[in-house]
Design a protein around this ligand. Sequence first.
Ligand code: ATP
Ligand code: MG
Length: 260
Amino acid sequence: MCKVIAIANQKGGVGKTTTAMNLGMGLVKEGKKVLMMDADPQGSLTISLGFREPDKLTDTLFDIFRLEAAGEEIQPEYGIRHLQDNVDLIAGNIDLSSVEISLSAAISRETMLRGVVNELRDHYDYIIIDCMPSLGTVTLNALTCADTVLIPVQAAYLPVKGLRQLIKTINLVKRSLNPDLEIEGILLTMVDARTNYAKDIVAQVHEVYGKSIPVFEIEIPLSVRAAETSAVAQSIYEYDPKGKATLAYTTLTKEVLAHG
Ligand code: ATP
Ligand code: MG
């Protein structure tokens, strides 16, 4: 059984891509076959996986949207890059930014990805979708074909307002497009355990959301080594095997595996 997890938060810079990369690679370390999907025009996940110039790539997620909107048949392996054993990628790049505009007239534009993703389910244990920091057409597509959403939240300011908007959108998608969508959990990231401020925010997230939405026990600590990984195209397991953020991502991976 394949599980499709969208990593989403319309707030920028909260650790979505870092989490997509290190949860994905964590699952691979646990013997799972994983497809990484980059649904962000910034192409950060694509860069993290070793493609320095995502904007030069062809056969990307944008092309899947383009072909789908044109009503063309999409070949089963289309757009899939085999990176290493058990790790495949559908790349994302700047072209995705035009999906919102150029495909805005397409029929059923929020469900364009669903068919393709459903076809791919047979080939993977997990499909991890790294979303962009907005709640437009591409993100709605990701939420429409996902089984669950994992929401990284940076423990640096009280994120209540932004989270509310995101949860509203998730509920809307659930009502109209994807009734089975569930929340995998809120993941607190960049937690600086030395400050009371971070502790307050963590406590408040549990207080405000903990009753209705799962909040992961494990928190991702603030870590310079974690920040550096985005520049070196390595997972945190390779770059800093014994680091505290690495341990946290290992625990997160096990929690996600335990969810089934
Ligand atoms: P965007 O919304 O732009 O896609 P994002 O939500 O994907 O951003 P990331 O790119 O994962 O966020 O992280 C934002 C920045 O914070 C990056 O420079 C990243 O390297 C850094 N970062 C991520 N996790 C940590 C951490 N645990 N400790 C310190 N820095 C981190
Ligand atoms: Mg990102």
